[in-house]
Design a protein around this ligand. Structure first.
Ligand SMILES: [Zn+2]
Length: 352
């Protein structure tokens, strides 16, 4: 992950810290110092570091369970919003996915249990308030682990509860449908969450809701894409019957073409070779118009990293090419261009 640095390897995974996490620690320590002095700063800093030690333990719960099923976890990153264990792949057997997802919250329940039984935790004074004493720390950390476990079991992506829900559903139907249903439930929860936040006048809830809503959609798309990539060929998703631009037409003429046609992007076809040599999106056009003027040519503005593939190619190969190229022209055996694929084309196909 960008903006993160490694702090070492532990149990087969590289442990990384996101720079913004250090900002969070500095902010919490600093504001405690300003409000209540150096001792409060120390206690609050220890509290945050202990919290994130528990978050890391949670992520190792996922990572080590996944490894038991033969799936390595190359790295675990600590973010201000929690931890992120990047599994090499998602277990697609439902029972394995359930166990991997449950293992994280289970670690927090175990930490709670250990602190509870240790005798160090005195719950009478613990109230999750700002002004805690050193003696209250074990109880506060124990309670926090319970909250972490509960929060992560909310049945919505990207929380662990969302994965458990999807895996349970996929015992009954296929994985794509299960993900779609789980994402739908998660989005419903997000809406309830946002409305509740508006009701009590808090902006945190709507913010979390937006995050959950988008994560649900991303997860559904990702799973659909994987399922599609396993079976489809480039011919199944390519756009055909499109209108193309020439690299020599002006941006003014291109704007007219966009106005007449609701294509979100135009392939740019070179007249001599009859090959697609670029793509021009609506956004590129409108970004360029005020800077370069109507007389500039499409060829100067378009994305030029275009690859050509033959009809019948597995879609999985084409998606790999699309990670580096703006688009792909699809050629018939005769060499004639018969269609194209871009990120937009693939997304449009998923929506159908
Ligand atoms: Zn988790």
């Amino acid at each position: 992950m960008r903006w993160s640095f490694p702090i070492g390897r532990l149990l087969g995974s590289e442990l990384r810290v996101h720079y913004t996490f250090l900002l969070l620690v500095a902010f919490i320590g600093g504001s405690a110092w300003m409000n209540a002095g150096p001792e409060a700063a120390l206690i609050n800093t220890v509290y945050v570091l202990a919290l994130f030690a528990c978050v890391i333990a949670h992520e190792y719960g996922h990572a080590l369970t996944a490894r038991a099923f033969g799936i390595p976890t190359p790295d675990i990153t600590l973010l201000p919003i929690g931890g992120l264990a990047r599994l090499a792949r998602i277990p697609e057997k439902p029972v394995q996915e359930i166990l991997v997802a449950l293992a994280g919250p289970a670690v927090n329940v175990v930490i709670f249990g250990l602190l509870f039984m240790s005798g160090f935790a005195n719950f009478s004074g613990a109230a999750m308030t700002g002004n805690m004493t050193l003696a209250q720390l074990p109880a506060e950390i124990a309670l926090l682990n319970l909250i972490l476990a509960a929060f992560n079991m909310i049945p919505a992506f990207p929380m662990d509860g969302g994965r458990v829900l999807r895996a349970v559903l996929s015992l009954m139907t296929n994985r794509v449908r299960a993900t779609r249903i789980a994402a739908f439930i998660g989005q419903g929860l997000a809406v309830v969450f946002a409305l509740y936040g508006l009701y009590v006048g808090s902006f945190i809830y709507p913010l979390i809701a937006v995050f959950i809503f988008m994560a649900a959609r991303a997860e559904a798309q990702d799973v659909q894409l994987r399922a599609l990539a396993r079976t489809a060929r480039v011919d199944d998703v390519m756009a055909t019957g499109f209108t193309a631009l020439s690299p020599h037409v002006t941006l003014g003429q291109a704007r007219n073409a966009f106005d007449r046609n609701d294509q979100p992007e135009f392939p740019v076809v070179d007249g001599a070779s009859a090959r697609i040599v670029g793509f021009l999106s609506r956004k590129q056009l409108y970004d360029a118009l005020p800077k370069l003027g109507e007389a500039e040519t499409v060829g100067a503005v378009m994305s030029r990293n275009v690859a050509q593939v033959n009809m019948g190619q597995p879609l999985a190969n084409v998606l790999r090419v699309l990670q580096r190229a703006a688009g792909v022209g699809v050629l018939a055996p005769s060499g004639e261009t018969v269609g194209y694929v871009t990120h937009q084309t693939v997304l449009d196909h998923l929506k159908r």
